[in-house]
Design a protein around this ligand. Sequence first.
Ligand code: CTP
Length: 402
Amino acid sequence: MKTLLAGKKILFGICGSIAAYKAAEWVRELVKAEAEVSVVMTEAATHFVSGLTFASLSGRRVYTGMFEKDAGEEMTHITLARECDLFVIAPATAQTIAKLAHGFADDLLSVLVLAGNTKVLVFPAMNSNMYCHKATQANLFKLQEYGYTVIEPEQGKLACGDDGVGRLVDWKTAREKIVSVFTRQDLQGQTVLISAGPTWESYDPARLLSNRSSGKMGYALARVAKRRGARVILVSGPSAIDPPPGVEMINVMTGIEMHDAILAKYESADIVVMAAAVSDYRPGKKMKQKVKKSGTSIELELIPNPDILKILGYKKKKAIRPLLVGFAAESKGHVEEGRRKLKEKNLDLIVINDIIGTDTGFGADTNEVSLIDRNYQLEKLPLRSKEECAEMIWDKIVNLNR
Ligand code: CTP
């Protein structure tokens, strides 16, 4: 499957900020994702990073001035502006933001913004006082009025030594913003509640009962839903994965905590996807002290955890909302088990996961799932990365949600 950015023509404007060095990584990642990247630098930007760096990374000529000697007959600004699918400006300085807000056209970058009519993503980066100054804020407001998307910088330690807002966002956040420009916004206006990862059921201060779920599939579903325009609430058991940019995270440990978090948010959701591997049991007695070995067998009483999805299915009865999606982690009898769970839990869709194969299920980067919808239609999806699987699962959910 092609990457979402393959063949996309991206014009990448770089301004004179110390964060310009970070743009090198962004350009490299875009090229890796098979985008065609043309870089335009302001004169100030060339004092921070060499044009040669970006020429080497993009494999293309870097543009810096309007009157370059070898430009020939071609009108660079019109051609570049006309041909691009997206204009990314990162880092965007207070100076360039002010220029764009007032329609100045005194360097190639600002001319290209005026001459083009594609989507513009502006990623500001500067000292926090400069960023918070009323003049900059008013200019950013104007850019949004013009239809440009401004991505708020992060809080943190700045290159000037100050602590505050003004740091260029990281690549993961930028990537999601860029990819969403090329993604159907078919989940816009929908609130999506997703659970992911395992639960940890404590036995004593040292030991717990859990399972092999990594959270990768649930996190991929959350990332893709956010990209497609949804408000996403992700309730996650313990997982080593970074939270997807822009999602509302609720971290939980146990099945009971997951139950409480899901039930607290359930009513605001249009769609609920339970991708978490909730432990069916928890130790009956939680020991305050570490249990010492005695050399003989011991018995461990396990008591059932609430079946969260079954509770949601029961609450929903015949209502249309929220649309309920479950996962079935199976090692045999996949389709029969999927059908049984779909019916028993009153679901709209069940995603059946094979947990035995090496390329599928817990911990793998890929997955091969089957879907059964509320009309008992079975659809087998091909082996793909978990992110591509998430795309296909959302395609199905969006269809069912119409
Ligand atoms: N689930 C849940 N609460 C539980 C257990 C499971 O909400 N206590 C949800 C899972 O998130 C998943 C679906 O129910 O979406 C099916 O989970 P799975 O572990 O495959 O099946 P179980 O219901 O536990 O049934 P079984 O043990 O028979 O496989």
